[in-house]
Design a binder for this molecule. Structure first.
Ligand code: GAL
Length: 417
């Protein structure tokens, strides 16, 4: 099998022989993704630019909607219509679900030639493979359990970033007394679920998180701890401003940036937003791990779909190779807010939040407190995740008691399993 470079060379030769500019050295890719916010667009722009610099043709298929739910619906329609995109931003168990349907193509030759196994954390490498072959290339490691804060607003009430949920509640009360909105939030199911899983980690720890949100253990789902999680969610509801419903996550980030709210609970794609806004971590905004002493993992990857035509297949090979190159992993992640998926890329160029993420990731692996994100499709099937989102969102937007929320959750998960 030829390496990506082999493809480039042979396509270059073909171009010279044909005497035409229609043959592209890097092939063609149509890429379906949901990276449309300021920080996200900057990051995916890096990928497009690098691919085009190699002579490839990039057809952009963005489907707006944070968290990717709209993109996943669009993907389903495309595959059903027999017209899949060349590469798709897709992750976690979703990769396996599509692979089982026979919809994905492997890039094992590129992966083997470039030794991907040697440079990826084993747990991540496993997620990228189906039947022992790489069908996806990971671009990053995002952390979900972050608190983003506006330092000026905290100074007004003489508070630091909270390190427990009790402290969070005390500070939130103080902020409200001072007329400041404690929590910038966008009322969309995936954002509600993001806050929910971060609260679950903080109140229950990594073992509880894993039992309840990954292994779907009925005792954990039906526990006093889960009641406390919903109690805290009820408090969180009282900390948001009246305009929260339906708000996009990046607009919530802007609220923290502009001094309209003190905190946002969101993964570090929020940092991409702060950076795109010209803000400096540690000065204009603060990043701090949410309570829990663990690490909720969310890794983005591009999955290759089964497409016809040499030009597209070549495009997949070149894209896969490009995504995994150390240079790209650095440039992309500097814009995205995440850290490289490759373990051998230096973090010297990265900021304090990224350094913290890396240190905490290493510690979490050692302490076995690394957990996959439920809200961001790293932990359970789409249908099970959907059940979590429904209950969490319904509870958040009503006066449902914590006990009723737990009862509903247990019943819904039992049905979905
Ligand atoms: C996540 C994704 C991130 C970011 C976020 C908001 O699921 O992994 O890369 O894009 O959604 O759109």
């Amino acid at each position: 099998m030829r390496s990506a470079r082999g493809f480039l060379l042979s396509a270059g030769v073909a171009m010279m022989l044909a005497g035409t500019s229609h043959v592209h050295a890097g092939g063609t890719v149509e890429v379906l993704h949901w990276w449309t916010s300021g920080g996200e667009a900057r990051a995916v722009g890096e990928l497009k630019q690098s691919f085009e610099d190699q002579g490839g043709t990039w057809i952009d298929s963005p489907i707006a909607g944070g968290g990717g739910d709209a993109a996943m619906t669009a993907l389903r329609a495309r595959v059903v219509a027999g017209n899949p995109p060349t590469a798709v931003q897709l992750k976690g168990p979703g990769i396996q679900e599509w692979a089982v349907e026979g919809a994905v193509a492997d890039v094992e030759d590129v992966a083997a030639a470039e030794g991907w196994d040697d440079v990826l954390p084993p747990a991540l490498a496993e997620i990228m493979k189906f039947d022992g072959k790489y069908v996806a290339a990971p671009v990053n490691i995002h952390r979900v359990d972050w608190i983003w804060a506006n330092p000026e607003l905290l100074a007004q009430v003489d508070a630091d970033v909270p390190t427990s949920w009790d402290e969070f509640n005390t500070t939130a009360e103080k902020l409200m007394e001072a007329g400041i909105t404690p929590l910038a939030h966008g009322g969309q199911p995936w954002q509600d679920a993001t806050v929910f899983e971060v609260v679950a980690l903080g109140l229950g720890g990594a073992d509880f998180f894993r039992a309840a949100l990954v292994e779907l253990d009925m005792d954990a789902l039906n526990s006093d701890t889960m009641i406390q999680v919903f109690d805290q969610m009820r408090k969180m509801r009282s900390y948001v401003d009246p305009g929260f419903s339906g708000r996009d996550w990046n607009l919530a980030t802007s609220m923290v940036m502009n001094g309209e709210a003190a905190f946002q609970i969101m993964g570090d794609w929020a940092k991409g937003e702060f950076l795109a806004g010209g803000k400096v971590p540690g000065e204009d905004f603060l990043c701090a791990p949410a309570p829990g002493n663990a690490f909720i993992l969310n890794s983005d990857s591009f999955v290759m779909f089964n497409v016809r035509g040499d030009d597209r297949i070549e495009g997949q090979q070149v894209l896969a190779s490009l995504i995994m190159s150390p240079e790209f992993q650095e440039t992309f992640n500097l814009a995205k807010g995440s850290i490289p998926a490759r373990v051998d890329v230096s973090l010297d160029a990265f900021d304090i939040c990224a350094q913290r993420s890396h240190d905490d990731l290493t510690a979490a692996i050692a302490a076995d407190t690394l957990v996959p994100s439920m809200a961001h499709e790293m932990a359970v099937s789409r249908s099970v995740r959907g059940e979590f989102l429904d209950v969490v969102t319904e509870h958040f937007n009503s006066d449902m008691s914590s006990q009723e929320a737990v009862d509903r959750l247990v019943a819904a998960i039992q049905r979905a399993m």
